[in-house]
Design a binder for this molecule. Sequence first.
Ligand code: ATP
Length: 852
Amino acid sequence: MAKGNVLKSRSTDTKEKKKKGNSSSSKGLNPFSKLSTKLDKKKSKRITGGILLLLSVYCFIAFLSYLLTWKLDQDQVMNKNLFTYMFEDLSEPTANWLGRFGAWISHLFIYKWFGLASFGFCFMFFLYSMRLLFNVSLLPLKRSTIITTVSMVWFAIFLGFFANKVSYLGGAFGYFINSWLDQNFGAFGAFLFITLLLFIAVVVLFNPDFNKIMQMIGLDEILKGRKDKEEKVQTANNVTPTDIHAVNTITDEEIEKEPEPQEVDFSEDEDEDVTEEDLNFTVKKQEEQESESTFEVDDSFEIEEPQEESSTVSAASDENEEDDEFSVEVAEEEEELSDKELNDLAEKFGDYDPKLDLSNYQLPSIDLLNAYGTGKISVDKEELEANKNKIVETLSHYKIEISKIKATIGPTVTLYEIIPAPGVRISKIKNLEDDIALSLAALGIRIIAPIPGKGTIGIEVPNSKPEMVSMRSLIASEKFQNSDAELPVVMGKTITNETYTFDLAKMPHLLVAGATGQGKSVGLNAILVSLLYKKHPAQVKFVLVDPKKVELTLYNKIERHFLAKLPGEEEPIITDTSKVVNTLNSLCIEMDDRYELLKDAQVRNIKEYNAKFIKRKLNPEKGHRYLPYIVVLIDEFADLIMTAGKEVEHPIARIAQLARAIGIHLIVATQRPSVNVITGMIKANFPARIAFRVLSKIDSRTILDGSGADQLIGKGDMLISTGSDTFRLQCGFVDTPEVEDICDFIGNQRAYPEALLLPEYEGEGSEGGSDADLDDLDANFVEAARIVVIHQQGSASLLQRKLKLGYNRAGRLVDQLEAHNIVGPFKGSKAREVMYSDEASLEEYLSTKGLL
Ligand SMILES: Nc1ncnc2c1ncn2[C@@H]1O[C@H](COP(=O)(O)OP(=O)(O)OP(=O)(O)O)[C@@H](O)[C@H]1O
């Protein structure tokens, strides 16, 4: 994973570069810029926070004092600038408790600006200081700033209405606005206007429920009839199958638009062949792109929890609170519900909401991620020109003439696209890979001949100054934020600087390989972080396997939100090979269970199943439940195969073959992509592969079925092959402390009582014969008998739920119950008959058999 020191120095480097870039014009001249480069971001944040805290307290006391002493000081401060006032000889001492500066600043804020409403500044300074000093948001910053500013303006105008000259009430601002209103609309008109302003501000900022207000003032009777109707419609529309999302703290403004790819066209005159000299150089650079890139690196880029969204959600959850209690009761109900009853239920209570248990769950804020790099790709014209010349020169040595050459600049590599002159054989260019690499004196040259679907030949040349792609910019990208994929993952930026996202649910499994230190762990974190930034804990669960024991431990903190584990296991992250085998087999059981459920629900995949469940078309009494996606991540797969061999290979191949439809997705990562690790069986079932840099062509072939991964340059440079296409990406960088912060953010929120429990798997020995052996009863036999009699229902799924067992074991228990004549024989789709009508007679039977 991240190598602490290397990384630290790298990130400080980039930060310094960034700062240098920003102040290049004043380089060496401005002592402040020197100072600021020395102080790192954290320190300057703290210092600014401290200054703001002092300022807020100082202003508050000075303003208070001003209210009592303004008459005495006004003559001294009137029409003077601070400097003159502070160094002036005055006969009278200043009355303000905080001296001349106190008197001057209060006069400025209260008299010249907003009057009494200026106290709002103290409040804002205080909020910002808490955020910068202690990293706590007492209130959502952006929203509080907007509300305070609007309130200050309104109060200044309102209080100014009552003043007949500039005074401390509304300040100069309030007074002059009022005198203008008075002149144009008259006093009454001005009052109406101010009231209208208040109304608009309240509606825009708080959107109050006027019905409730009417109710409070006693007009509810009139409204009652209308409200009943509205409620019905609202509950029915409340949750749609696809409308399951948590509170997203990333606001629309924070979403970054996709920049246009930067292309450089080395176009030539008319039809003549291109020579080094006559290639002229045009840079197509989109103006908007520049501004967007600057926006991305802007430090003042504030991320806020959108209050409106959270308030809507909490309002919605309030409304649903009653449904929640009721639906729980339904689940506890002992009798099975008929289809008609289910339909009635759906009609009456609306859709089932899987996220209701954690309805206030907030997705992590983007503030938790750092911005690395400048966010802007610098176009070094000289480098481009030089590379182009060398390519053209090398090709001309071999008598290859080209008619057009174009460069597209990506974060780490630039793609030179050439159109050869008619008659040139493509294979000839392809064979020149090493010669071009030699002439450019660069590693990682890759020739794509031809570029699929483009009719050109691509030569990828690494940039001399590669640009880091931060996970922050990827998460904030429009593409990812607006993605409606089931399991959206944002991995990096393509060679044309576009954000690359994919749906893990469609992949449906991923094989990841890369030599050590080439960015594999960062890539795996990027996948997990993407999902954490988009999904509610009810929707996805992770099974994490980490034989190295250090890579994934960070995710321990989100155990009760996002992890799944075997019953009775202490540690949610699996590090032990034998436990991996049990877990994989348990996942196979879960897979079989899910297929049973899908079959029973007569649907083809998990998406349809969940949609049906949400619509309350499936009966929880028959074992139906909302199915979260399960993402199984196995790091260091080579280690596992070496120690457990076939034992892990079989269940993995089985899951890989079958689990697509039921929402179990595998991500298998290895450092050693050799054929005895990535066997034919595994490979055949993993069409999607990610390759970071590997050390040999053979490794590249094993993972990608072709060369290329050996020509990457490391540090997150990767190829992703989705079966049909292969893309070169620069993987987004996310550092360990960032992942830790995200896990803390999630871990500190309300959680489920425990991690999702996978079905129990008892290992080879206990799998035994399927016939019930009367002498070898299951440890849960007595308990199972009681449950069956209490519920008067002899079904395996009931036992599965009540005893938290796997399908196979519950099935065996039912067989044993049948052998003891506690339940009747199998009757097709109907539940088995229960032979004991009450618990007492069962107890009697069990005690005669010596089972109690
Ligand atoms: N996307 C990236 N952008 C920039 N630098 C990166 C990126 N990914 C990785 N690096 C750099 O490479 C280093 C090694 O990355 P990482 O820890 O992911 O390697 P690894 O392949 O997992 O190695 P190992 O298998 O030994 O854990 C990181 O510390 C970082 O400096």
